[in-house]
Design a protein around this ligand. Sequence first.
Ligand SMILES: NC(=O)c1ccc[n+]([C@@H]2O[C@H](COP(=O)([O-])OP(=O)(O)OC[C@H]3O[C@@H](n4cnc5c(N)ncnc54)[C@H](OP(=O)(O)O)[C@@H]3O)[C@@H](O)[C@H]2O)c1
Length: 265
Amino acid sequence: MKVLEAGMDFRGRWALVTGASAGIGVALARELARRGANLILTARRTDRLQALADDLTATGAEVRVIAADLNDSAAPQQIFNATEGAGLPVEILVNNAGLGQYGAFHSSPEEQELSQVRVNCEAVVRLTRLFVPRMVERRRGWVMVVASTASFQPVPYLTTYAATKVFDRFFAQALAAEVARFGVKVTALCPGSTESEFFDVARAAAFKRGVQSAEDVARQGVEAMARGKRTVIPYFGGRFTALLVRALPVSLITYAVERAARPKS
Ligand SMILES: NC(=O)c1ccc[n+]([C@@H]2O[C@H](COP(=O)([O-])OP(=O)(O)OC[C@H]3O[C@@H](n4cnc5c(N)ncnc54)[C@H](OP(=O)(O)O)[C@@H]3O)[C@@H](O)[C@H]2O)c1
């Protein structure tokens, strides 16, 4: 009953989902629509966004599609202008868009290193800074930041990625504490290996073990957000590992990960 009540909070509310063209973002958008939310879908691949929009519209949701490249620092303001700025109240902000890169940092493509910082961190701050003030004024709102279990320890060969994800998790957890008294809830969703295009984009097949479905991750993430939970790790192994790494010296964990993750060639 409690779950149903929490889910009902989203009925008829507008949710903005970044990275809604693939993987976890698609699943988050579908889960929010299933709970009655209207959707604003954004990413670069608009053909995919449009196909998802058609599906969700057929289930009764209202849907808008916005093409945006979050590498562009002007994109968050453009998204805001086309939504909240045009009178569409965004009550749910899902910062999901993100990318990784596997390999030795000293020889990896610099552009993808920097893109991780821009999309995974800078765009999250810009979007959240734009939308949260209206939520605070309304004394109601929900923000999700998709972090990762990579945020619980340094991860050699996913060096920048793990650093961006600890940024995401700490950003979400600190903001949650700030805005709770204004009725705004912030959730850090920390998935482990999840079925999506992430491993292709990051060239990180070596990390693809025991993948969870994006649907399962999204269901648990949205439920946690509806309940106002500040951190959610959507599988038992991830919750266990997050506890374990807190009990061990960070130098030992980092040493072990470096040995396990070192590229073969
Ligand atoms: N899969 C995993 O194992 C895993 C584990 C932990 C956390 N995560 C996190 O989950 C989130 C979603 O990733 P995913 O696994 O679903 O990967 P994915 O299938 O590769 O999806 C990534 C999404 O981000 C969007 N995106 C990437 N760069 C963008 C840019 N410059 N501008 C706008 N949108 C951009 C992509 O859209 P376009 O390419 O169409 O722009 C796509 O919709 C990420 O934050 C990731 O770090 C994933």
